[in-house]
Design a protein around this ligand. Structure first.
Ligand SMILES: *Cc1c(COP(=O)(O)O)cnc(C)c1O
Length: 360
């Protein structure tokens, strides 16, 4: 069997070129006679890999010099705790609740300080992004927290919240490197890479230097203190070596594709094909307010659970994998990350049209 079109929300599709290159280098990485998996993280060869990866992501995102780039472990979920431990000086933070991941982050932060939920879209099952232009943000809040792209519900902030001068912390797991970003607008940007950048096991955190400090909560585990990792250039202990190596290859692939501007154009083109169809279909419909639609995760339903199931099963049989919606929302979801080719989306839409005709 050949490769399928994989619409998984994560771990997700990676560029075929990258996988092939990694396969070529599997037994002997550049004449070292070993795989990157077998290599000391203190070796010259590995040092080159991690330094080049950092350089490439800095180039791609145009990361200012006063931001550190950390390659960490523990998934995005680990940062739900690291964020308050490292940032809550006044033991208070403002959270905007736009879905499960923001909710979980807020619940975790609550263990360490006061969480003020300044806005939420829970009233309409997170199908929109609330107006964040004039929120009631406490004067003594240490930061404002968002989940920028809501993987499960398919919404995205197209405008960042007005934080009233507080530092913005954003979980960008499912929109990482999908479009250009102005890093200077954030205090912290972080994300698990398994959605759009690489294999599970790596989290990339981009943190403004003044937010990396010694006076963290006293019980903060050494490993969760950003300063530990920053001082050691992400090599305090053994990092997720192989995962970082693959991320580095994906950075090079994005550069070759034309960088984040080109990535955005590519993603907009794909999303438009799918959303245009959903807007014209009599059977399928999108579940999200149009102005807040994500370019990465596209949830949709037929309105009939049995028909949804039938669609997912028939799509799978036709080579379109992982279209089942998240267990908490049902229906379908097509995740169309950077590495999903345009023809994957075109073929999916053709398949949906055919299904619609057959089930009219
Ligand atoms: C997948 C996801 C997470 C959880 O990531 P883990 O690496 O499994 O902890 C957190 N936030 C967002 C936005 C996600 O999409």
């Amino acid at each position: 069997m050949g490769r399928v079109y994989n619409f998984s929300a994560g771990p997700a599709v990676l560029p075929e070129e990258v996988l092939k290159e990694a396969a070529d280098e599997m037994l002997d990485y550049k004449g070292t006679g070993m795989s990157v998996m077998e290599m000391s993280h203190r070796s010259k060869a590995y040092d080159d890999i991690i330094k080049e990866a950092e350089k490439d992501i800095r180039d791609l995102m145009n990361i200012p010099d006063n931001y550190k780039v950390l390659f960490l472990q523990g998934g995005a979920s680990q940062q739900f705790a690291a964020v308050p431990m490292n940032l809550m000086k006044n033991k208070k933070a403002a959270y905007i609740i736009t879905g499960q991941w923001a909710k979980k982050a807020a619940q975790e932060a609550e263990k360490y300080g006061e969480v003020v939920r300044v806005a939420s879209s829970a009233d309409k099952t997170f199908s929109y992004i609330p107006d964040c232009s004039d929120l009631d943000i406490p004067d003594d809040a240490d930061y404002v927290y968002i989940c920028e792209n809501n993987t499960i519900y398919g919404t995205k902030y197209w405008e960042l919240p007005n934080t009233k001068g507080k530092d913005l912390v954003a979980d960008v797991s499912s929109c990482f490197l999908s479009e250009p970003v102005d890093v200077s607008k954030y205090g912290v940007i972080y994300g698990g890479v398994q959605k759009n950048v690489g294999p599970a096991g790596v989290v990339i955190a981009i943190i403004r230097e003044d937010l990396i400090r010694d006076d963290v909560m006293p019980f903060t585990p050494t490993m969760l203190k950003w300063k530990t990792q920053a001082d050691a250039d992400s090599l305090y202990n053994t990092p997720p070596c192989y995962g970082i190596y693959i991320c580095g290859k994906v950075f090079k692939w994005i550069k070759k594709m034309g960088g984040l501007e080109a990535m955005k154009a590519h993603n907009e083109k794909k999303a438009k094909i799918l959303y245009d169809f959903l807007d014209s279909s009599k059977l399928f419909k999108g579940t999200v307010e149009k102005k807040d639609r994500s370019l990465m995760n596209v949830p949709f339903v037929t309105g009939n659970e049995e028909l949804d199931k039938k669609f997912v099963a028939e799509a799978k049989a036709a080579g379109f994998e992982n279209l089942k919606g998240h267990r908490t929302v049902g229906g379908m979801r097509a995740s169309i990350y950077n590495a999903m080719p345009i023809e994957g989306v075109e073929k999916l839409v053709a398949f949906m049209k055919k299904f619609e005709e057959e089930n009219a």
